[in-house]
Design a protein around this ligand. Sequence first.
Ligand SMILES: Nc1ncnc2c1ncn2[C@@H]1O[C@H](COP(=O)(O)OP(=O)(O)OP(=O)(O)O)[C@@H](O)[C@H]1O
Ligand SMILES: [Mg+2]
Length: 320
Amino acid sequence: MEEKLLDVRNMKVSFYDEKGSIQVVRGFDISLDRGEIVGILGESGSGKTVSSSSIIELVDESLGRVDAGEAIFKGRNLLKLTEKDLKSIRGKEISYVFQNSSAALSPYKRIGKQLGEVLRTHGLPDSKEHILKTLEEVGLENGERIYYMYPFQLSGGQNQRIMIAQCILCDPDLLIADEPTSSIDASLQKTILDLLRDISTRSQMSVIIITHDFGVARYICDRLMVMYGGLVLEEGTIDEILNSPLHPYTRELIRCAQSLAKDDETMYTIEGSPPTPYQFRDECPFYGRCSLREDACREGIPEKIEIDGRRVRCIRYEKR
Ligand SMILES: Nc1ncnc2c1ncn2[C@@H]1O[C@H](COP(=O)(O)OP(=O)(O)OP(=O)(O)O)[C@@H](O)[C@H]1O
Ligand SMILES: [Mg+2]
């Protein structure tokens, strides 16, 4: 079997607070083959951004730390590398599109200059020709004009494309895109997703895409991980998750999404709200909201159980 491009196991992440620290990610695993597109889905606060950014140690070390786990990327554990080594990987081998992506572009510099800097930072020549080719690749016409423009002279959608151009400029092996389409209209959303998929197919780039939206996941992902309470509760292929979800949480999320899509007058919602890290207990995080709960769900965090190549954290699937 070919080696995985990325294999993250049992990662845990904490932030410092007045009392010491608080763990917000309690068990994050993800693995990707080359060219594979994997989605991470879950309600707000479930730990999607913290987990995925911790893979390349984007969490400021004065704010938090990775407590445990490993992230093997092309044979090297990213969590053990020096900042210098990580710097050479970030943006070149692994690119990250931030949730609030326009914040990642400097408002004061022309697009061409910013993209040139990305190339130079990674020891590549600042080639205008390469930049114009990349702008064309992300579907921006008039690259020559855009090259000399500032971000504020472009629309939100155009800036979104510039962000993706910035990320693929160095031909990365892995792109992590945190809600890359959440702030744009539906037709542009489709265009951006098509673009990501085309680039992934063309250059065997793997993609981790974070989203709230099953529609986005269904459209682009090969596999999906469902996060809740700082844990991956379920993982499977997109068909498995959507057509035969195992975890009660996944089932409820899908039910909500279906109700939203049907435009029901009484929109279905999951009662209650997700636990904050301060409410985390040594039990299934979905316990309080689960209609199938039983006392045994409170006897520790459920283990990951493998069923036909899928994984789920729910005691209902334990052999009892
Ligand atoms: N710098 C920080 N200091 C303390 N806690 C933080 C920090 N950043 C995130 N958290 C906490 O970590 C948890 C996970 O946050 P995260 O941003 O990963 O959620 P998310 O799944 O990406 O949510 P959303 O869908 O809203 O983007 C949350 O409880 C959040 O409050
Ligand atoms: Mg987030």
